[in-house]
Design a protein around this ligand. Structure first.
Ligand code: KG4
Ligand code: ZN
Length: 339
């Protein structure tokens, strides 16, 4: 069985073909980063219009690269939420119309389930149950995953998501949108011990996070220097910030593992592409003699492969969409049906 997956929740159009027995057949992506960079963030209307331009050519390309004809497809999966409403609608309409034209079902997919299951595309793949740390631009969550589709929220950010904190801090340091990758490069040249930023909510019980105060601490350090930010200071600030985020993620992940008596951690979402954060979490799991899994870097950020994979799992469970185009800009991951 072979499915095509379409991702369009934010500023990336991704399409992939996944085969249930052969694995990932192809994946193609168009990123809108250059288009939004001059505005310092995603402009939703521009994002929607660009998805419209990209979806059909990317579907053609993904099929071509997978040496797959349309008649071999069993379903069309698409991101139905959460995300930007206009961006979601373009992908959803394309997917529903395409499925209708081919006479096959469409499968709505939860974007964060896509991220969470992306490490299942790797070899070796994680075994259930595990704790998932989801760190993206819009979400920071710790989830107990009993089995696919069975998600128990252990903790989440009470304010900014980890990726949002990266983007806002990067902006303070004069980096273009999206700031995460640029901040990582600066941090690599900095000394994380120069600025000892707070580890927010570390002493609070439970697994919730808070990142807004950390961003303010960086702002205060920048203000104190009255804008006099030479390269060394910017690198040290970036390194200190990253260390504080990494420490916080490690401490809360460890708490979640203790609480659930599990020792497997699966890390997904855009921020999990960050080498310092990957290294810190790997060190934690080494200390605990546990196992850790990530997606390959290109599947940490938004992509079609994760939607095709998650869509296949939902398809096999018979959880199909209807011909009505429905999207969910806000959608609770824990409300999903178990598989
Ligand atoms: O998962 P994702 O692609 O989209 C959402 O679902 O939100 O995550 C995007 C976020 C952005 O905030 C971006 O700055 C961050 O992931 N990000 C990174 C890195 N690459 C992407 N943050 C830190 N280091 C990176 N290398
Ligand atoms: Zn995402």
């Amino acid at each position: 069985m072979r499915i095509i997956g379409i991702e369009s929740s934010c500023d990336e159009t991704g399409v992939a073909v996944y085969d249930d027995s052969l694995g990932l057949m192809s994946h193609v992506l168009h990123t809108q980063i250059a288009m939004h960079a001059e505005y310092g963030g995603v402009v939703p209307e521009l994002a929607s219009r660009d998805h419209i331009r990209r979806v059909v050519p990317l579907i053609r390309l993904a099929l071509e690269q997978a040496h797959t004809s349309q008649s071999e497809l069993c379903a069309v999966a698409y991101t139905a939420g959460p995300g930007l409403i206009g961006a979601l609608l373009t992908g959803a309409m394309g997917a529903v119309a395409y499925a209708h034209a081919l006479g096959i079902p469409c499968v709505p997919v939860h974007h964060m389930e896509g991220h969470l299951l992306a490490p299942m595309l790797e070899d070796p793949r994680p075994q259930f149950p595990f704790v998932a740390l989801l760190i993206s631009g819009g979400h920071t969550m710790l989830i107990k995953v009993e089995k696919p589709g069975s998600y128990e929220l252990l903790g989440q950010s009470v304010d900014d998501a980890a990726g949002e904190a990266f983007d806002k801090t990067a902006k303070l340091l004069g980096l273009p949108y999206p700031g995460g990758p640029g901040l990582e490069k600066l941090a690599a040249k900095g000394d994380p011990k120069v600025y000892d930023f707070p580890r927010p909510m570390i002493k609070n019980p439970g697994c919730d996070f808070s990142f807004a105060g950390l961003k303010t601490a960086v702002l205060n350090a920048v203000t104190e220097r009255k804008g006099d930010l030479d390269e060394k200071v910017r690198c040290d600030l970036a390194a200190g910030f990253t260390r504080a985020v990494a420490d916080t993620l490690c401490r809360k992940s460890e708490r979640a593992l203790k609480q659930t008596e599990l020792n497997t951690l699966v890390v997904a979402g855009g921020v999990s592409a960050n080498t310092d954060i990957r290294n810190a979490l790997c060190a934690l799991m080494k200390k605990r003699h546990g196992q850790i899994f990530f997606a390959r870097r290109e599947f940490c950020t938004d992509n079609g492969a994760m939607i095709a994979y998650a869509g296949m799992q939902r398809f096999k469970a018979g959880q199909l969409g209807t011909s009505a185009v429905k999207v969910f800009p806000r959608w609770d991951l824990t409300s999903l049906k178990p598989l």
